[in-house]
Write a protein that binds this ligand. Structure first.
Ligand code: G3I
Length: 356
């Protein structure tokens, strides 16, 4: 039996997700919290938030050893006031690092010390308030090779040439700082079974065998299209990570549509195509107990990284329009999240460290 209630317009994403045993989240920017429609829509519809940029290195350690938690704390405070969980993003990435770090020409021992201090300080600051972290973000290239970065071999923290060893170290330090936090590896273009997700799978299997504290993987899901085979591949991919005892979070879903120079849709019928993509992906997640969270990368077309990133060629990627009105994608997402049996909803485990 599927839980398929008739949806009134008052039915919220978070109410439906809660029935499915799921977290439904969005990335947020605290600068917008004083905009009533932003804050109201966010609190009404979601039970999880993630900082779009506020917990990245450039925000949290703008000068070496000097930490700034102002923006991140605003998000946590907002979330706690509205009964939402906070997903931390991210502790280690080769992008959005402060200038002092990116161009500091540090030695490997210095970098190791800097990285350890950063992870320890940030994770301890949020211990008990951030339930899960993207510990490492986007380390593989499209072929499944480890990218050449500051942290790996430019010059790296001392494990150059040892592939995933620096990632392992980051997870170990994060776990030391907050043994209760769920720890995730997060990447893009790893939704389907492909060379990149194969490499991610091999890393995670190795980590599980050797007791490296990892709890899940984040599949970002930045989409423009979705062919039918992609859905079955997504389902198979989630299943194989579940087979390792991991949780899977959909972490950054959006569906970018072609727009003109005024941001208007080139093909208005795309709104329905977009809605179907949201519905189908959400349904794949909802159907597997290991898929415990579904998150979009923003919720209103008023604020999205897509137009800037595509130089205005794409936009309208989210489920609420610029005026906070629900698009077809919103009701479709709701339907997708509801495609769950009571058995699956009951089996979904939240907020535990798997097998620990
Ligand atoms: O804050 C400055 C502002 O002072 C300045 O005037 C403006 C001029 O461009 O830039 C502002 O900073 C921008 C920042 O977003 C805040 O808007 C940066 O240039 C811009 O690079 C940054 O982009 C973010 C990007 O990550 C890099 O951190 C996007 O908002 C954010 O959506 C994007 O998110 C990533 C995830 O973390 C990882 N997965 C992919 C995803 C999309 O790229």
């Amino acid at each position: 039996m599927l839980l398929c209630p008739p949806f009134s317009s008052a039915q919220t994403l978070r109410a439906v997700a809660a029935r499915a045993g799921l977290l439904v989240g969005t990335c947020v920017t605290p600068e917008h919290f004083n905009e009533p429609q932003y804050a109201n829509t966010l609190a009404r519809e979601f039970n999880m938030v993630e900082p779009e940029n506020a917990m990245k290195w450039r925000a949290t350690e703008p000068a070496r050893g000097e930490f700034d938690f102002t923006a991140g704390d605003r998000i946590v405070t907002f979330a706690e006031a509205h009964g939402m969980k906070v997903r931390g993003h991210n502790l280690l990435w080769d992008k959005y690092n402060p200038g002092w770090l990116a161009t500091g020409h540090f030695t490997s021992p210095q970098l190791a010390e800097i990285m350890h201090n950063h992870i320890r300080t940030v994770v301890q600051h949020y211990a008990g308030r951030v339930f899960a972290w993207d510990v490492v973000n986007e380390s593989f290239d499209a072929h499944g090779n480890i990218k050449s970065t500051l942290w790996y071999d430019q010059p790296g923290i001392g494990f150059a040439g040892q592939k995933t060893r620096y990632i392992e170290q980051a997870f170990r330090w994060a776990h030391e700082a907050d043994p209760k936090a769920l720890l995730f590896y997060n990447d893009f273009d790893v939704e389907a079974v492909n060379a990149k997700s194969d490499a991610m799978y091999a890393m995670v299997r190795d980590f599980r065998r050797h007791g490296v504290p990892i709890d899940g993987v984040g599949l970002q899901m930045h989409l423009s299209n979705l062919d039918p085979s992609a859905l079955s591949s997504l389902a198979a991919n989630i299943a194989r990570f579940a087979g390792l005892g991991l949780q899977v979070h959909i972490t950054e879903m959006d569906v970018a549509l072609p727009v003109d120079h005024n941001g208007q849709l080139l093909h208005p019928e795309d709104l329905h195509r977009q809605a179907q993509i949201y519905r189908k992906v959400a349904a794949v997640c909802a159907a597997q107990p290991a898929c415990t969270a579904f998150q979009t990368w923003g919720f209103t077309d008023r604020y999205s990284w897509i137009p800037r990133f595509t130089h205005g060629a794409k936009g309208q990627a989210l489920v609420f329009d610029k005026n906070y009105q629900p698009k077809p994608a919103d009701r479709a997402l709701l339907q997708g999240l509801a495609r769950v049996t009571p058995k699956v909803a009951g089996e979904r485990k939240q907020e535990c460290r798997c097998g620990k």
